[in-house]
Design a protein. Structure first.
Length: 336
């Protein structure tokens, strides 16, 4: 009799555990969410949120698609309907504003003032920054590095009309430099390191710490935000938890992200030291984007683009999801 009671208790316990497991699956259904991410450090928070299970904690099943740049993540991922969210640096976002595309910025993910640089081929007679005069320098068109290119060179006495600027895809630049089809290119990691791998001692890298700042932003579409407000808030909550993890485990986070990108850990670690992976919406970002929008409009005018009608950038920013999750992270002054 005692043996029978013991077996009955065991069976009831197993049934209860199975029932609890089934109930947990039912009461916490997963929402599949796709992220379009560029292969750059600004994506580290989303990567960690996926890898460490922070998205899963909020019932989100993350699918990550990587692109060579934020511009491509936005245009080929989010705007083509291949992703629900995209991470990009600020200039592609600013161009989307100028083109009145249906995007909403819900947070900045990252801030840095030393991520971009210029890789030059020494065999083309370039050893000092002044040697760039008269040379052909390539970059990625209508992107943050394009804006950096146009902004940084005049600061160092290289007027834009003294060089030939050409455009190519990010992943093509190092090979073009190696083949001496260009003299230099303006870009960021991991493409600067690709030039070092190809050219070795024949490459010269110019960096400009503190001379150019940029934000990485998290974008979604107007439609997705309207129909999925809770998911948007949960995505932000998960990424905020990832931010804390990165602060507490920087080396582990960098190692994980470098493995995901297939680049050397030391390359990302050096850039990470001058950056801040903080989730917020600061007033300084809005002020910067207003200035960048003027540059973007000039580019579009040159290329038959939009007119210069006044555009309210706040129409492309929604502070409410982040304010709901963590109000102290929002300092943008709205008209409301």
């Amino acid at each position: 009799m005692e043996a029978y009671k013991f077996k009955l208790v065991i069976l009831l316990s197993l049934a209860l555990l199975t029932s609890c497991g089934e109930q947990q699956t039912i009461t916490h259904p997963s929402s599949e969410v796709t992220f379009a991410l560029p292969k750059q450090l600004g994506s580290i928070s989303v990567h960690i949120a996926a890898e460490q299970g922070f998205f899963a904690k909020y019932g989100i099943d993350p699918k990550i698609k990587y692109y060579p740049s934020g511009k491509r993540a936005l245009n080929e991922g989010l705007l083509r309907g291949e992703a629900d969210f995209a991470n990009t640096a600020d200039i592609p976002f600013v161009f989307a504003i100028d083109r009145k595309q249906p995007v909403k910025c819900i947070a900045t993910l990252y801030y840095t003032d030393d991520v971009n640089g210029i890789a030059a081929n020494k065999l083309r007679g370039i050893n000092e920054i002044s040697d760039l005069r008269g040379k052909t320098i390539a970059t990625q068109k209508f992107s943050t590095v394009h804006h950096f290119h146009d902004s940084i060179l005049p600061i160092y006495g290289i007027e834009l009309d003294s060089i030939t600027t050409t455009f190519a895809k990010a992943e093509e630049l190092a090979d073009l430099l190696y083949q001496q089809k260009i003299d230099a290119f303006t870009m960021r990691e991991p493409y600067l390191s690709q030039a070092i791998e190809l050219l070795g001692d024949d490459v010269k890298i110019f960096k400009f710490p503190h001379d150019y700042i940029q934000f990485e932003v998290l974008l979604t579409t107007d439609t997705y935000l309207k129909h999925n407000p809770q998911i948007v808030e949960d995505v932000l909550s998960a990424i905020i938890e990832a931010e804390l993890y990165i602060k507490q485990n920087p080396d582990r986070a960098i190692q994980s992200f470098s493995n995901a990108l297939g680049v050397q850990q030391g390359v990302l670690k050096q850039s990470f030291s001058t950056s801040n992976a903080r989730i917020n919406l600061p007033q300084s970002a809005l002020s910067l984007w207003e200035r960048q929008l003027h540059w973007a409009q000039l580019q579009n005018d040159t290329n038959g683009g939009n007119d210069k009608n006044n555009i309210n950038i706040m129409q492309f920013i929604d502070t409410s999801p982040l304010a709901t999750v963590s109000n102290d992270r929002v300092s943008i002054i709205t008209d409301e």
